[in-house]
Design a protein. Structure first.
Length: 76
């Protein structure tokens, strides 16, 4: 009887240890995923800013082109 109780106690301790290890592993994975998500969000934010700058540059270039065309039409 005592042997069964000791065996059960050892098995319960092993199970508890495995569950704790799994929890730590899961927490590590979640942390890595959150860090990856944050990194990707930073990349996306940078791309959005770049796109806005490109759009502003394109609009400025179109305006300059229109001004040059107007000047050329006025001369000729």
């Amino acid at each position: 009887m005592l042997r069964m109780i000791l065996t059960f106690s050892i098995t319960a301790n092993k199970t508890k240890w495995y569950i704790e290890r799994l929890n730590v592993t899961i927490q590590d994975i979640v942390k890595e995923k959150e860090e990856e998500k944050e990194r990707l969000n930073d990349i996306i934010a940078g791309l959005v800013v770049e796109k806005q700058k490109d759009k502003a540059e394109k609009e400025a270039m179109n305006e300059r082109t229109a001004n040059i065309e107007a000047m050329l039409k006025a001369r000729f």
